[in-house]
Ligand binder design. Structure first.
Ligand SMILES: *Cc1c(COP(=O)(O)O)cnc(C)c1O
Ligand SMILES: [Zn+2]
Length: 410
């Protein structure tokens, strides 16, 4: 029996059995939400089964994922990322407690593997050979890596300005890369047209509602790890909004299953140069205007978010807030997090930490609050940004003299 009950449109509320199409609402084109049959799920999933399950990765949550039985799964180990206490970060921001959940150790180095896990399983199950995505980088490399693991062929649309490490990773995985001379928003639109034209499997988390369900495994893990002592807030950076919306759904499910004592508030952090959702949230509207986007945090350099309703509603339902941070604050957060925790994040990853500072300044977070920061991707994805955020070391002559001088100068 399937655990999926229906697909429901976030815009017009039209509901149907999950059959007619994999993607957007056939009536209005809106993004859809996967509704589960929790009765069916509860019959063979819960506290006891989780306690007995020794796998610490997303396969723990298969009963909560829209993956048909018998679908091929990537052998790569997705999820099960660590949560670290970060007392020195807490001290720096003046809050009670901080945890960092490091997504940098995912198979392809970012949070996106959680969504791709579901995407490639569904594509392979349907016999689709070609899987396509448009991405600022990480969704693409993630799809490419997980597709490679199952012998699928990734077709990837990226802005020609995508960081070199991400493009190199794509090419290594054998992706067919379409490097478009345009921004992400235009690249995205072109990919959607190509997908419709050629009939490829669409791994866009804003079009394919099943992928957000993969992203919820982050929330499920937080629920399991900190369920007895949950943080007041969970901070995440926001581009399209799928990652935050997915994580929130996972937190809600853990709460409903009785594994999480309270649902944290979501702190949604946008780069000041790409903040259409903050603007909509603060204006109490669900109408999101397309803005010119410009930020160093390429993974959230999104002017036209593709999943605005789910993200706006998740933050509102949680009692949370949106905040903006400058590129300078993002850059400063790279070494700050790395030095206080050992976690090296890419700009969009440490944006979540920069947002904690911003929220404290705005009086949203206080000294009694605790916050879990999701560091969504490894800093190795964008070493240029890390170099900009740190001071270069001088080169030295190969003599002890030079070494001694250098030591004295430290
Ligand atoms: C994609 C991504 C985000 C933002 O996720 P959205 O679903 O676009 O909001 C944040 N950080 C990293 C590293 C990402 O790759
Ligand atoms: Zn609709």
């Amino acid at each position: 029996m399937s655990n999926v009950r229906a697909l429901s449109c976030t815009r017009c509320d039209y509901q149907e059995a999950p059959a007619s199409t994999e993607y957007n609402c056939p009536r209005c084109g809106g993004v859809r939400e996967v509704l589960f049959d929790y009765e069916v799920i509860r019959a063979h999933f819960g506290k006891e089964t989780l306690a007995a399950d020794r796998r610490w990765d997303v396969r723990r949550y298969l009963p909560l994922l829209p993956i048909p039985e018998g679908a091929p799964l990537t052998p790569l180990r997705v999820g099960g990322t660590p949560v670290y206490q970060a007392p020195r970060l807490a001290q720096k921001a003046g809050v009670a407690r901080v945890w960092v959940k490091d997504e940098g150790g995912q198979p392809t180095g970012s949070f996106k593997d959680r969504a791709s896990f579901v995407g490639v399983a569904r594509a392979a199950h349907q016999g689709q050979k070609i899987v396509a995505a448009a991405s600022t980088g990480n969704a693409a490399t993630s799809l490419a890596g997980l597709a490679a693991s199952l012998g699928l062929l990734p077709y990837i649309f990226v802005p020609a300005t995508a960081p070199e490490a991400k493009v190199a990773q794509l090419l290594a995985y054998g992706a067919k890369v379409f490097a478009i001379e345009a921004d992400y928003d235009t690249t995205y639109d072109l990919c959607q047209q190509a997908v419709a034209h050629f009939g490829w499997y669409n791994r866009s988390a804003a079009v394919n509602p099943y992928l957000v369900e993969g992203k919820k495994t982050c929330g499920l893990e937080i629920g399991e790890e900190l369920g007895q002592d949950p943080p007041d807030w969970v901070s995440m950076s926001v581009g399209d909004g799928c990652s935050l919306a997915g994580t929130y759904k996972g937190l809600v499910e853990m709460f409903q299953l009785g594994l999480l004592q309270k649902i944290p508030k979501m702190l949604a952090v946008q780069a000041a140069g790409a903040a259409p959702l903050t603007r909509a949230f603060d204006a109490h509207t669900e109408e999101v205007e397309r803005l010119e986007a410009q930020t160093i945090a390429d993974s959230i350099n999104v002017g036209m978010p593709r999943n605005p309703l789910k993200a706006l509603r998740a933050v509102r339902a949680s009692g949370g807030r949106f905040v903006n941070v400058s590129d300078d604050a993002i850059l400063a957060a790279i070494p700050e997090v790395a030095r206080a925790t050992g976690v090296f994040g890419e700009p969009a990853a440490v944006t979540a930490w920069a947002g904690v500072h911003a929220a404290v300044e705005a009086g949203i977070l206080g000294k009694n609050d605790s916050v879990l920061v999701v560091s969504t991707g490894t800093g190795l994805k964008d070493v240029k940004a890390a170099r900009r955020a740190t001071q270069a070391s001088p080169t030295l002559a190969p003599t002890m003299d030079a070494v001694i001088k250098r030591v004295e100068s430290l």
